[in-house]
Design a protein. Structure first.
Length: 634
């Protein structure tokens, strides 16, 4: 297939992700970056650059225009691109009013060109699965979303946090922008894509920040068929990132759809689903006539809600008594709990007594956690906001001692692709499952479009933890390997122990080949396998084994156990299945893991099995105490 020529409009914000995606598809021979449209284009792209999108389309002969510009520019740019002869991938929301939505629809009809809207979650196989999951009609859908945004989020651009700018509708609110996918996904599951599917809309718009738009809100939609959709979201959460979800209600059963992860949870068991890339789908439409996954018409219901918000009164300021001011953000303590309750009970914030009810009744966010003696010691996280270059993967974070000290770190400044505790390998049959750059022999590290991801198939509770099945998916969608993983927690004398086991099996019909950067010439960089990233701010860091101490002495050593200690905490690593050299960092950053391919590629003709037990303790472990724990816990 001849590559489709593509121009990208708006590349200094989310549009950078579209540039990366075009690069990924170009590496597969399916796309070609033909030009970039931006008023402040970055240098060095090597393609024509213009602030005039129609002229750029005509100059380059682009067949597709990706539009990732501010919301209030969507309609005029989409119409101009369609009339210039290009199909369009238009970022969400498609338009800030029904009138502008209608203008785009008229241009689609008049030109015969396609307009796909960038609601990525609507490309998920989890949506049709969710409709069938309960085995009975869905009578209601509750939507819960709680994120945090710093003050800088509202100063990132002149239109951020505005309803209108210079008399032009912008509509950059919590419901219409960051949680737009939540709304669109709920409407898609309910089969209410079109504007006439909605019989009634109730709105409760609030703001804690000094902005025009809402940052904490409820909406309840009553659909023509009787289904109720109750949505409660906030950008003032007090915790780390949570994954928003849809709570699906039947007459006798319920389920949760985590739309950022493409996972459905029923009875405590999570099942993962695939997701089609919307640009790849648009390319297939242009070349082969494939049906669009998110045509403009499918977003009419969402636009109906957006228009109701546009016409609604200004958001109500939240009483400052219930707002906590932190150095970089405002927080509504307890808003996560209310969002969980609202989704479960299909209620609005006012019906739950907001804001006076904040913090009145803890309702934990639904996520997998490990517990020991009544303590939550680790969250087993997935993140729906990660980019391909992060090599997205499930990971444990935060992991805590029984005393509550956090002993993991995620996306630190020194290595933004480090994620707590998990399994990461820099080269699996040529795909990067570690994240970041790829080390190339004689060239050094290079950022390549070769990143894979670990996609969950199932996660089910077992005694003390979880059993999980994963696919290791390459950049072209090929499943390179399958993994079976178990992670359990148990008490031990003086702390608790994490038992982490995994087994990898190739899925291409060929032996699986694993490599580290050291295999390609970077001396000492044998990392890859189970890996624990510890906090860099720890004081008094030290590392020792039964035979040696200090980073230089233990790095690369082959010995059953190793301890990483600090003034506040200790981690005792014991290899219980397999024996690999230890990859150790202390001076640059604290990180430990057995290295599967220390300095030579590891060929796996069948099944590779490894297991590690990690004792997590408060305070500093002495060498003698570490030896005793090894004998008593592994």
């Amino acid at each position: 297939m001849k590559p489709v020529r593509i121009v990208v409009a708006g590349v200094n914000g989310y549009g950078r992700n579209h540039l990366d995606n075009v690069g990924r598809l170009a590496a597969l021979g399916r796309a070609e970056l033909a030009g970039v449209c931006d008023v402040r284009p970055p240098a060095g792209l090597g393609v024509p650059v213009s602030a005039d999108l129609p002229a750029l389309i005509r100059e380059t002969g682009a067949e597709i225009a990706v539009i990732a510009t501010p919301i209030h520019t969507h309609a005029p740019l989409a119409v101009a691109a369609l009339e210039a002869g290009a199909h369009v991938l238009l970022e969400k929301p498609p338009a800030p009013s029904v009138e502008e939505f209608a203008a785009i629809a008229a241009a689609v009809a008049g030109t015969g060109r396609a307009c796909q809207v960038g609601f990525q979650s609507l490309g998920s196989d989890a949506i049709p699965a969710a409709r069938e999951m309960l085995g009975e009609p869905i009578r209601g859908i509750g939507v819960a979303g709680a994120w945090t945004r710093p003050f800088g989020y509202y100063t990132r651009s002149v239109w951020a946090g505005h309803r209108r700018l210079d008399g032009v509708d912008v509509m950059d609110g919590a419901l219409t922008n960051p949680f737009a996918h939540a709304v669109a996904t709920a409407l898609a599951v309910a089969g209410a894509d079109t504007a006439d599917s909605i019989a009634g809309i109730e709105l409760e718009l609030h703001r804690a920040n000094a902005i025009e738009s809402d940052d904490t809100s409820s909406a309840r939609l009553r659909l023509a068929g009787g289904t109720v959709i109750a949505i409660t979201v906030s950008l003032c959460s007090e915790s780390r990132r949570t994954e928003p979800y849809l709570h699906l209600h039947g007459e006798r059963s319920s389920a949760r759809l985590f739309y950022t992860l493409d996972e459905i949870e029923v009875g405590g068991v999570r099942t993962g689903y695939g997701r089609a890339d919307l640009l790849a789908n648009l390319i297939a439409h242009v070349r082969d006539g494939a049906d669009l996954l998110v045509p403009l018409a499918r977003t009419g219901g969402f636009t109906r809600l957006l228009d109701a918000i546009r016409l609604a009164p200004e958001p109500r300021p939240i009483d400052p008594r219930f707002v906590r001011t932190e150095p970089s953000r405002l927080v509504l303590p307890g808003i996560e709990d209310l969002a969980v309750r609202a989704a479960r009970e299909l209620k609005t914030l006012s019906e739950l007594g907001f804001p006076e009810s904040l913090g009145s009744r803890p309702e934990p966010w639904p996520e997998p956690v490990l517990r020991v003696d009544g303590h939550d010691v680790a969250a087993y996280a997935e993140r729906g906001d990660l980019q391909a270059t992060d090599a997205p993967r499930p990971h444990l974070h935060p992991v805590r001692t029984l005393g509550g000290t956090v002993v993991t770190e995620v996306q630190p400044d020194d290595h933004v692709h480090h994620f707590g505790v998990g399994v990461a390998i820099s080269d699996v049959d040529g795909a990067n499952f570690w994240g970041g750059s790829t080390y190339m022999r004689h060239e050094g590290p290079k950022m390549l479009p070769n990143h894979g991801r670990q996609r969950r198939r199932t996660l089910r509770p077992v005694d003390g933890g979880y059993a999980e099945s994963l696919d290791w998916v390459g950049p072209d969608g090929t499943v390179l390997a399958a993994e079976e993983r178990t992670l359990t927690a148990r008490p031990v004398d003086g702390g608790w122990a994490l038992d982490f086991a995994f087994a990898l099996t190739g899925r291409t019909g060929r032996p699986l080949v694993l490599q580290s950067s050291a295999c390609k010439g970077r001396t000492g960089a044998g990392y890859g396998g189970f890996f624990w990233r510890a906090p860099k701010d720890a004081t008094g860091l030290a590392v020792f084994t039964g035979e040696a101490s200090g980073e230089e002495a233990v790095h690369g050593s082959v010995t059953p156990w190793l301890a990483l200690t600090s003034d506040a905490w200790s981690l005792l690593f014991v290899q219980t299945a397999g024996l690999d050299p230890w990859f150790v960092r202390v001076a640059e950053y604290p990180g430990v893991g057995p290295a599967l391919a220390w300095d030579e590629p590891l060929t796996v003709p069948g099944r590779l099995e490894r297991a590690v037990t990690v004792v997590v303790a408060d305070g500093r472990l002495a060498p003698g105490r570490a030896r005793d724990l090894v004998e008593g816990t592994a």
